[in-house]
Write a protein that binds this ligand. Sequence first.
Ligand code: PRT
Ligand code: ZN
Length: 296
Amino acid sequence: MTELLKLAIQKSGRLSQDSTFLLKECGIKVDVGHTSRRLKVRADNFPLEVMCFRDDDIVSYVADSVAHVGIVGYNVVKESGSDVEILESLGFGKCRLSIAVPKSMEYNKISDLNGLKIATSYPNSLRAFLATHNLECSIHEISGSVEIAPSIGLADAICDLVSSGSTLFSNGLREVATVYQSEAVLIISRTRGDNVAIDKRDEIDDSIDVLRFRLNSVLRAQEYRYVILNAPNSQLENITTLLPGAKSPTVVPLAMSDWSAVHTVVREEKFWEVIEELKKLGAQGILVMQIEKMIL
Ligand code: PRT
Ligand code: ZN
């Protein structure tokens, strides 16, 4: 029997749903619907076992090879300092670790943080940031509700995860510095299962390669849009330069003379800019579609 690849994901929290959705998009059928009761679930059509843990435990379980790979926030990896390698960034769970001060506090530059008492659940990340900026602050470690620390007099400032910023806003705080950006990542132990027999390790490595290949085609597809448009032949060269696509665009003649249909892909982040340029070049009937998988 093929050795099972053990993948640790968050049992119940912000990353759980997106992690299982990503597996589904990769064509892996695994029913982790009742994760709160089940620790381990086997996939139906892939040599994979999903293990469900608290996010704080995932990094050490992967480092110790209890699981071969794991999906967890970059923030948790960075804070733990554990010996794991990041294989892929997964594009969900996006947030940033930031320092925030009360709105009433005067703040102009990073050195204004000097001497402050900062509450955080991320002491290691904060310590490294303060050292890089030659700041001397006292770090007050707390495990939750960091955002209320200044209002109850526990600290002058906070260092916490931010996504929309509404928690900071509703607690009268202002974000003044970013320690790092974070998103969910796929991690692997650096020892890669030294305790596993060589042939079994090869099977695990093969499964990791297949999983990464599928993840990449799903993630790449999310970054691009498929564009179809009609353009006068006189502008085809300019349009091809603007939209080089994966290799080069597909150009098909229209029934109407001197016009062609152009099929290509464009990066989502560049999309609106490119559309404006296309309009200027005389493109018409522009259709834009999401891509499900993209294999180069
Ligand atoms: O139970 P378990 O230990 O597994 O979960 P947890 O409660 O420790 O973590 P969970 O589920 O809250 O978050 C899991 C991961 O989601 C984090 O490690 C981050 O990688 C990622 N993530 C993304 C976030 C946020 N966005 C986020 N906004 N984690 C926490 N927050 C919190 C933040 O701490 C603050 O309290 O949301 C609040 C701020 O949100 P905004 O939108 O108001 O700015
Ligand atoms: Zn946690």
